[in-house]
Design a protein around this ligand. Structure first.
Ligand SMILES: NC(=O)c1ccc[n+]([C@@H]2O[C@H](COP(=O)([O-])OP(=O)(O)OC[C@H]3O[C@@H](n4cnc5c(N)ncnc54)[C@H](OP(=O)(O)O)[C@@H]3O)[C@@H](O)[C@H]2O)c1
Length: 214
C-alpha cells in the first residue's frame, strides 16, 4: 500500500520506518519539500521511502497519517486541495497538547469536542480514524515494548476502522477495541494527562493502557 505520513517528528519517523519494514511505500510530508529530517529519513529508509510536502504525501497515500504537532493539521488542511483526501483513510495519531502555559500541557480541545472530530470536520470527504495517540512512538511500532497494551480505535466509517485495525495487527497489536464514532476521540485524547502523569512516575514511556473485562 502507498502510505502518506504528514510529519517529520519521532512519530512520523517511527511509523514510516515500520511501514517500510512491512513492505509498504511511504512518502513523508513536511512544510517544505526538502525538510532535513525527512531527507535523512528517506536516505536511511531505502527505495520504498520518499519525501515531499504535506500536499505531496496526502496525494501519495491511499492511507494518510497525521503526525503533526498539536492541532496544526487544522491549519495544514486549509492548504490542501479539497479533493486530495477524498475517500481516503486519514489516521489521526496527534494530540491537542497545548504547552503555551507551561508544563504539564493542557488540552486545547476536550470534554465536548476533540481534535479527532475537528479533523473530520476539516476534511469531511476523508474517513478519519483516531488511534495510536495513547502510546509513545516506540510502543506504536512495537507494542511488546509497552507490555502489549490495548489499542483504541474510533471513527465514523466501519470499513476505514477495519483497514486500520488490519494494519495495526500487522504491527503487532493484539488487543484492539473499536470504541465507536469519532466523538469517542474525546475519551482517548483525555487519557493524555494520565499518560503524562504515568510517564513522570515511571521515568520511561514503555507502557500503555490495558482494558480488562470480567
Ligand atoms: N512523540 C510521541 O511519542 C507521541 C506519541 C503519541 C502521539 N503523539 C502525537 O503525535 C504528533 C506528532 O508528534 P511528534 O513528537 O512526532 O512531532 P511534533 O514535534 O509534535 O510535530 C512535528 C511535526 O509538526 C509539524 N509542525 C509543527 N508546527 C507546525 C505548524 N505551525 N504548521 C504545520 N506543521 C507544523 C512539523 O512540520 P515540519 O516537518 O515542517 O517541521 C513536523 O512535521 C503530536 O500531535 C503528538 O502529540 C506523539
Amino acid at each position: 500500500m502507498n502510505i502518506g505520513i504528514l510529519g517529520t517528528g519521532m512519530v512520523g519517523e517511527a511509523l514510516g520506518t515500520k511501514f517500510i519494514q512491512l513492505g509498504h511505500n511511504v512518502k513523508m510530508g513536511s512544510r517544505t519539500a526538502n525538510n532535513e529530517a525527512a531527507v535523512k529519513w528517506t536516505q536511511a529508509a531505502g527505495a520504498k521511502a520518499s519525501q515531499g510536502t504535506f500536499a505531496d504525501a496526502a496525494a501519495f497515500g491511499a492511507m494518510v497519517f497525521i503526525c503533526l504537532k498539536g492541532a496544526t493539521f487544522l491549519e495544514v488542511a486549509k492548504t490542501l486541495t479539497p479533493t486530495v483526501l477524498m475517500g481516503k483513510v486519514l489516521v489521526d495519531v496527534s494530540n491537542p497538547l497545548d504547552f503555551s502555559r507551561g508544563m504539564p500541557p493542557s488540552l486545547s480541545v476536550c470534554n465536548t469536542n476533540s481534535l479527532g472530530e475537528e479533523v473530520q470536520k476539516a476534511v469531511p470527504a476523508a474517513r478519519v480514524v483516531k488511534t495510536l495517540n495513547i502510546v509513545n512512538a516506540e510502543v506504536m511500532v512495537d507494542p511488546a515494548k509497552g507490555g502489549h497494551p490495548t489499542m483504541l480505535v474510533c471513527g465514523d466509517d466501519a470499513e476505514a476502522k477495519k483497514a486500520v485495525a488490519g494494519l495495526l495487527s500487522t504491527m503487532g497489536w493484539r488487543d484492539i477495541i473499536d470504541l465507536g464514532g469519532i466523538t469517542e476521540a474525546r475519551g482517548t485524547e483525555m487519557l493524555l494527562p494520565l499518560w503524562l502523569n504515568l510517564f513522570g512516575l515511571f521515568g520511561n514511556a514503555n507502557f500503555g493502557f490495558k482494558v480488562v473485562r470480567g
